[in-house]
Design a protein around this ligand. Structure first.
Ligand code: FES
Ligand code: FES
Length: 160
């Protein structure tokens, strides 16, 4: 079946099988491999993207359910020459170890900062509760999100 959706601001039309997952569409059909597959069951958050302004696990969404949707993936943040403040802060604060969870962490963090630019540690823990990291112990991730919020507030950098 044919579906059309907007991915990182670009309109895309695709022919998909009804059972295709949004995660497969993003990675295999569009070649946007920043979005990762961990558990494939909605438990790890590695596949997190923003769909119609909501954080979703793309392994649990079927491609036909995304017909007409607006999707943002990690590739839609920042750019090659200018990283998004979250990307910059995750690097600077040492919050990236193996990196597998990080695209999902950053998409959840972006949504959190869209809604609350002054998050407490508890707010961040709640906002990232669907994202599992096996490496960092989370402390540096929380520091990175707070640092990005500070950059956005004080440096006039944008959370887009
Ligand atoms: Fe989707 Fe783990 S791969 S939540
Ligand atoms: Fe390795 Fe999070 S940095 S899983």
């Amino acid at each position: 079946m044919k579906i059309s959706l907007t991915v990182n601001g670009e309109k895309r039309e695709l022919d998909v099988k009804p059972e295709t997952r949004l995660l497969d569409l993003i990675r295999d059909d569009l070649g946007l491999t920043g979005t990762k597959e961990g558990c494939g069951k909605g438990e790890c958050g590695a596949c997190t993207v923003i769909m119609n302004n909501k954080v979703v696990a793309s392994c649990l969404v079927l491609a036909p359910q995304a017909d007409g949707a607006d999707i943002k993936t990690i590739e839609g943040l920042g750019g090659k020459n200018k990283l998004h403040p979250l990307q910059q802060s995750f690097i600077e604060k040492g919050a990236v170890q193996c990196g597998f969870c990080i695209p999902g962490m950053i998409m959840s963090s972006k949504k959190l900062l869209d809604e609350n630019i002054n998050p407490t540690d508890e707010d961040i823990k709640r906002g990232l509760s669907g994202n599992i990291c096996r490496c960092t112990g989370y402390v540096k991730i929380i520091d990175a999100v707070k640092d990005a919020a500070h950059k956005i507030k004080s440096g006039g950098e944008e959370n887009v």
